[in-house]
Design a protein around this ligand. Structure first.
Ligand code: FMN
Length: 206
């Protein structure tokens, strides 16, 4: 099959786009307003886009609380969403009124960060402490401005639960990170689904 996205003539009950660009990592974003209110929400339009300097992005479909808070205080934290935390992660995506502390609402614990003011989720095995770099409001191919805002941040501090460092490496599979697929689907990283490839001679480490 083929479909034209301007017509969305795929003939399926639901748009398959997000089931193709999948599984997507989840940035579980903590942020703080200028008044000191705490926010926590998951974003799967999220990824790392550079390692030196380490830069991540997330995209907000409309001016959601995370975007508004990050714009106010210029800092955020990306917590790792894992299999054990899947229900809490999902709960923090509920449309709570601005100012609700989703961390508390989901029964999670706030732990202080070292280099930024928003807290990290204590139960998450990793957290990236970020300083805001820029927000890009996207245009489409017709040049029309959209309600899609991409937030870039530089990772200035990294928290890792030492239990997951084994033989000098971070054991990603042991943390069982979850990733978003299409519809209501997710994937989970496990030792069974991990595989390794060495790059062709002359290639880098990634
Ligand atoms: C796994 C998952 C991924 C999500 N990814 C996004 C995303 O990339 N962009 C977005 O705008 N909303 C996304 N959402 C929806 C937001 O989490 C939801 O709108 C939330 O209420 C936003 O919270 P905030 O207003 O406190 O920032 C996602 C929800 C889930 C469960």
């Amino acid at each position: 099959m083929f479909y034209d996205t301007a017509k969305n003539d795929h003939g399926l009950p639901r748009d398959p786009f997000k089931a193709i660009v999948s599984p997507r990592p989840i940035g579980w974003i903590t942020s703080m307003s200028a008044k000191g209110e705490i926010n926590l929400a998951p974003y799967s339009f999220f990824n790392a886009v550079s390692d030196t300097p380490p830069i991540v992005l997330f995209s907000s479909e409309g001016p959601k609380d995370s975007l508004v808070f990050v714009e106010e205080t210029k800092e955020f934290v990306c917590n790792l969403a894992t299999w054990d935390l899947r229900d809490q992660m999902n709960q923090t995506s509920a449309p709570y009124p601005r100012g609700t502390n989703e961390l508390e609402a989901a029964g999670l614990t706030a732990a202080p960060c070292r280099l930024v003011k928003p807290p990290r989720v204590a139960e998450a095995p990793c957290a990236l402490e970020c300083k805001w770099l820029q927000t890009v409001r996207l245009h489409d191919v017709e040049g029309r401005i959209t309600e899609r805002y991409v937030v870039f941040g530089q990772v200035v501090g990294v928290y890792i639960d030492d239990r997951f460092i084994r033989d000098g490496k971070l054991d990603t599979a042991a943390m069982r990170p979850i990733a978003r697929a299409g519809y209501h689907d997710y994937f989970v990283g496990t030792p069974e689904t991990k595989f390794s490839l060495t790059r062709p001679k002359g290639g880098g480490a990634d």
